[in-house]
Design a protein around this ligand. Structure first.
Ligand code: V47
Length: 357
């Protein structure tokens, strides 16, 4: 750890061996200290959150990933697809100061590309100033398949309709070994990277995620982080990285895999901050971590805690015990009590209000 500390102080990039040492170390407090030091260097005492709302427009999905408790085939009682008008009606229920709508869904078997374009343009028309953060790289690849358009054409069409940015999901872990076992129908790294690089070139900022705590090895986690660091060097445009810990309940992996513990969650969060030195933000996603571990995560390199969310479905289908949403005041309280300054942001990290009293 001393060697790593020396490197950090002299602004030297950490390498794969450093990452291996960090993950193998039992010195959680020292790992926290290093990642917190880097967080403070990058964003001072500020911790960001957003007043946002998640929309999961359908749970029908042709991908059928083994880690997912959210998807349905279509014949089940709780299978659903929201029409565009329903989405607009749901958004109309919200207070006017909601800044971001985060939209993701399953890969629907029959909806045409026009459904997704209509969704974005109707939201833009009804809510001219809301940030629309929508569709993972996996969905963009699927839209390209069903429409016959290139990634660039799909993204340009969605941007013209009102898309502002993209979430980081669908990355899982960039290992062909794991992909073949758990999500063989999902796109591999090369395609995921190509969608994000194309989005960045079109001035659509995006996020990136890692799904860990299933059958991946330490080396696969590390490889994932270095792939993302290289991608950001070559095609900058990532705003935030979010490590997601696997929730096994209601998935085919239930009973075979235990949920990872808090120490592992905090180590991976800190490692992400230390390796992804070119990512402006690291998110302690309270839905997956729980609000309490999320709060501690602010001392392990995270400078963002996501937002109010209002109704999360994907992780809750897999047994998450965290609330479905959180009030703005609760989030402010969590951040302040951890010793940081809450900053309300929009999807693009423009500051809306700094709560520094
Ligand atoms: O890609 C699915 C994960 C992701 C499970 O960009 C699961 O700001 C744990 O990407 N246990 C979707 N994880 C969520 C996501 C996200 C969330 C919050 C913010 C942002 C952002 C992105 O959820 C999927 C998958 O990796 N997931 N099932 C599960 N059982």
């Amino acid at each position: 750890m001393n060697e790593i500390w020396e490197k950090l102080k002299s602004n030297e990039r950490l390498n794969i061996n450093d990452a291996k040492k960090i993950l193998a170390s039992d010195d959680l407090i020292e790992i926290g200290r290093l990642s917190r030091w880097l967080k403070l260097k990058k964003s001072g005492k500020k911790v960001y959150f957003v007043f946002n709302k998640h929309i999961n427009y359908t749970n029908l999905c042709v991908s059928k990933c083994k880690f997912c408790a959210f998807y349905r085939n279509g014949f089940e009682e709780d299978a659903y697809t929201m029409e565009v008008e329903e989405i607009i009606d749901e958004l109309k229920q919200l207070p006017e100061d909601v800044k971001e709508v985060h939209i993701v869904g399953g890969l629907h078997p029959t909806k045409p590309f026009s459904y997704y374009v209509d969704m974005i343009s109707s939201i833009r028309k009804n809510f001219p100033s809301i940030n629309i953060k929508a569709f993972t790289a996996v969905e963009i690849d699927y839209f390209s398949k069903i429409s016959g358009l290139s990634y660039k054409e799909v993204l340009k069409t969605l941007k013209d309709a009102g898309l502002d940015s993209m979430p980081g999901g669908g990355a899982e872990v960039f290992s062909e070994r794991v992909r073949k076992k758990l999500y063989p129908n999902k796109i591999p790294f090369e395609k995921w990277a190509s969608v994000h690089a194309t989005a960045h070139k079109l001035n659509i900022p995006t996020n990136a995620t890692l799904l860990f705590g299933h059958i991946e090895t330490d080396d696969e986690i590390i490889d994932h982080l270095f792939k993302l660091r290289r991608l950001q060097d070559e095609h900058p445009g990532f705003l935030c990285f979010i490590p997601l810990s696997f929730h096994p309940a209601n998935t085919p992996l239930k009973g075979k895999i235990e949920k990872v513990d808090a120490v592992r969650e905090l180590k991976v969060l800190a490692l992400s901050r230390l390796i992804l030195d070119n990512f402006p933000h690291i998110k302690a996603y309270w839905v997956m971590l729980s609000p309490k571990i999320g709060q501690i995560g602010l001392h392990f390199g995270a400078d963002d805690i996501d937002g109010t969310i209002i109704k999360e479905r994907v992780t809750h289908a897999a047994g998450a015990q965290s609330p479905l949403g959180m009030e703005r005041d609760n989030i402010i309280h969590l951040i302040k009590n951890a010793g940081f300054i809450p900053v309300e942001r929009d999807a693009l990290y423009n500051e809306i209000e700094v709560y520094d009293d």
